[in-house]
Design a protein around this ligand. Structure first.
Ligand code: ATP
Length: 234
């Protein structure tokens, strides 16, 4: 199996607005693929289409070679997709530990449990009884990633993980994503932060107004100054 995740020719709508036009992407096992584009380009819609949260009207989705087209989000989670949403969705009245417990997915087993997850998030480990609602934006982002790991996903899907974070927290996040990569975690993320993307990705797809406009390895992409200027807010 060359690809662990394959989205083919997605066309997604919100009501009658056509948002994604024949978007295709694929991810190999252990790879980190980054979807880039400006605000409103369609990054969130692409990831939500893959998760089954905003199902495409046409197109095909394969996870580990299995056709999952039209599957609901809970089914995608059970089959091995972990999702880190842009809006984080931490439960404010629940403790860090309880938020983490909520990330468990029935039937999924693997290396990640409360202890192993907290080992790689030392900041969270020191405050497992704090309520989610009292955490800073950066701490909430880390908790969202930790919660997704609790489901022992085969592919981590992260929507703009650096959004709204200070440079210091972005540096922490970079270290964390690099350590997940080292552990051969497969990652599909969306980003607007070019430096972050260049530091963590193996391959990049750029979308604009719902169309795919560029696809290349990170080595090729880093020198594509025209692409950066035309399609990214740099
Ligand atoms: P951002 O970085 O701002 O999150 P994005 O690249 O993730 O941008 P999307 O959120 O996927 O972009 O939005 C793509 C397009 O779909 C935009 O034109 C947006 O206005 C539109 N859109 C997003 N959500 C909805 C919705 N619920 N109803 C109608 N249109 C929507």
């Amino acid at each position: 199996m060359e690809y662990i995740l394959e989205a083919k020719n997605f066309n997604t709508f919100y009501d009658r607005s056509h948002i994604l036009f024949d978007i295709s992407l694929n991810v190999k096992p252990g790879e980190t693929v980054c979807l880039m584009g400006r605000n409103g380009a369609g990054k969130t819609t692409t990831l939500r289409s893959i998760m089954g949260l905003t199902p495409p009207k046409s197109g095909e989705l394969l996870l580990k070679g299995k056709n999952c087209t039209g599957f609901q989000p809970y089914k995608m989670a059970r089959l091995g997709l972990g999702f880190v949403p842009e809006d984080r969705r931490i439960l404010g009245p629940f403790t860090i530990k309880e938020n983490l417990e909520l990330g468990k997915v029935p039937g999924r087993k693997g290396q990640w449990n409360i202890d192993t997850v907290l080992d790689i998030f030392p900041i969270l480990k020191d405050m497992t009884n704090r309520l989610g609602g009292t955490l800073s934006g950066g701490e909430q982002q880390l908790l969202t990633i930790a919660r997704a790991l609790m489901g022992n996903p085969d592919v981590m899907v992260m929507d703009e993980p650096t959004e709204g974070l200070s440079p210091v927290i972005v540096a922490d996040l970079k270290g964390l994503v690099l350590s997940l990569k080292k552990a051969e975690t497969t990652i599909l993320l969306s980003e607007q932060n070019l430096r972050f993307s260049l530091a963590v990705s193996d391959r990049v797809i750029v979308i604009d107004k719902g169309h795919s406009v560029y696809h290349g390895s990170i080595e090729e992409f880093k020198d594509e100054k025209e692409i950066h200027k035309t399609y990214l807010a740099v």
